[in-house]
Design a protein around this ligand. Structure first.
Ligand SMILES: [Fe+2]
Ligand SMILES: [Fe+2]
Length: 217
């Protein structure tokens, strides 16, 4: 399949499998919950540092220079998101000295072990960033309903434009590198697996947090 058609089809496949994750957030928006945005921002803090580390870990073992630089820039962007969220949490009275970076959850463990460039682009920039963008929109609606307009502003002005740019870079790099039937099959399998693990992980976390409207990375 030519790379442009392939990426278009993979986008449709991803959108369909993202449906349940985003639908859970939309359902949760209609259900009253006592969980405060401050609690959910702590999830963002953990996610942002985890994805920054993931992108960084891929840099030395990725041969293609444009992908290497894409991961390096992403690592920096996600570190910036961490700082934005950390500053917001501090303003809300959270003591950041109590924060420790979490151990890899099953999703990050799976992604960290991916050996090839195409799988890494498919998992990280292409899929994880789409999940992040979508769930962050639900999180922002949740914050708006709770009156936390400053958190909404930070996501709208700084974090979401980056997550969207990461996702678009993923499309571009996949079109460039997923050029054979084997590579395209590997990309598709990876997208499916990331969404599968994320769907299970987010459902479990939603039960613990009392809402499915928690942010991604
Ligand atoms: Fe991101
Ligand atoms: Fe991020």
């Amino acid at each position: 399949m030519d790379p442009t058609t392939f990426v278009r089809e993979l986008e449709a496949f991803k959108a369909e499998r993202l449906g349940p994750i985003l639908g859970a957030g939309q359902t949760a928006l209609a259900t009253p919950s006592s969980t405060e945005p401050k609690q959910l921002l702590q999830v963002a803090l953990a996610n942002e540092i985890s994805v920054s580390e993931l992108a960084a870990v891929w840099i030395p073992s990725t041969r293609e220079v444009d992908v290497k630089i894409a991961f390096a820039r992403q690592a920096g962007d996600e570190a910036n998101h961490f700082q934005l969220v950390a500053d917001r949490l501090t303003a809300l009275g959270f003591d950041l000295s109590a924060f420790a970076a979490p151990a890899d959850n099953p999703l990050f463990a799976y992604m960290k072990a991916l050996p090839t460039t195409v799988e890494r682009i498919a998992a990280g920039l292409f899929t994880l960033e789409s999940i992040a963008y979508g769930v962050n929109e639900n999180f922002m609606a949740y914050c708006a309903a709770k009156g936390d307009d400053e958190t909404v502003r930070i996501y709208r002005e700084y974090i979401q434009p980056d997550e969207q740019a990461h996702q678009r870079l993923g499309q571009k790099l996949l079109a460039k590198y997923a050029t054979t039937p084997e590579l395209q099959a590997a990309a598709r399998t990876t997208v499916a697996r990331v969404l599968e693990i994320a769907t299970v992980g987010r459902a479990q976390a939603a039960t613990k947090l009392g809402t499915a409207c928690f942010p991604g990375c």
